[in-house]
Design a protein around this ligand. Structure first.
Ligand SMILES: *Cc1c(COP(=O)(O)O)cnc(C)c1O
Length: 219
């Protein structure tokens, strides 16, 4: 793939995203060189799904990149990203939340997290149930986890052509978002990937995570 192709892909996607909606460029499996090309066009927010890959890229790329972890996080790996990660979008258990809180304190910094909610039908997807999400948010509002900031919710719809189903899954998350938002204001509703981001934005997503539509198929 040529440099121009990548730059065009990026600009094309960027142009399709309404103002006020954040674009997280998902760079997993793609090289630091490719990330740098997109960075030079003004993209500062990138998402990775593996801790080791995230740390390696963090070390060699410009320090004003805002890194988001979007993949399942094991408790014993939180310490590697706690010093620099901007947001952990994939919090899917209370156990990992406690560990993030602990590491945030150790590093004297607040870490933003999103609670990942399971909205898809597929069994394979990680995520909290809706009742678990509400319970954790209430604990958070009661002062548990003082070193982190829960800034919103993240969800992934079922991988299907069935738009009616995808829409209903997105709306399920939006409804939960509105409910929790009434307790205390939340900033980020992270829904939508390469194949479904337009639908997600229609369903009130204000942060989309786009990989292959920018970078091409993963190597
Ligand atoms: C890989 C990934 C994406 C991006 O997927 P594309 O279909 O390549 O846009 C978004 N969110 C999560 C959680 C991912 O793992």
């Amino acid at each position: 793939m040529s440099e121009n192709y990548l730059e065009n892909q990026y600009l094309q996607i960027k142009n399709q995203i309404p103002e006020g909606v954040q674009l997280v460029a998902v760079s997993k499996f793609h090289s630091a060189e490719k990330i740098k090309l997109i960075y030079d066009l003004g993209q500062k927010v990138f998402g990775e799904n593996k801790v080791q890959e995230l740390v390696e890229k963090y070390e060699i790329l410009p320090k004003d990149i805002e890194w988001h972890l979007i993949g399942h996080l094991q408790t014993n790996k939180v310490k590697y990203i706690a010093p620099f990660v901007n947001s952990i979008q994939s919090v899917d258990s209370e156990k990992v939340l406690k560990e993030i809180d602990k590491e945030a304190l150790k590093n004297s910094r607040a870490i933003n997290v999103l609670l990942q909610v399971k909205i898809a039908e597929e069994d394979s997807k990680f995520g909290l149930t809706i009742p678990e999400t509400e319970q954790i948010y209430n604990e958070y509002l009661n002062g548990d986890f003082p070193n982190i900031k829960i800034t919103g919710l993240m969800g992934m719809a079922t991988f299907t052509e069935d738009k009616v189903q995808v829409r209903s899954e997105f709306l399920k998350l939006k409804t939960l978002f509105n409910k929790l938002n009434q307790l205390q204001k939340l900033e980020t509703l992270s829904m939508g990937m390469s194949d479904d981001f337009k639908l997600a934005v229609e369903c009130s997503s204000n942060s989309v995570r786009i990989g292959s539509a920018i970078f091409g198929d993963r190597e």
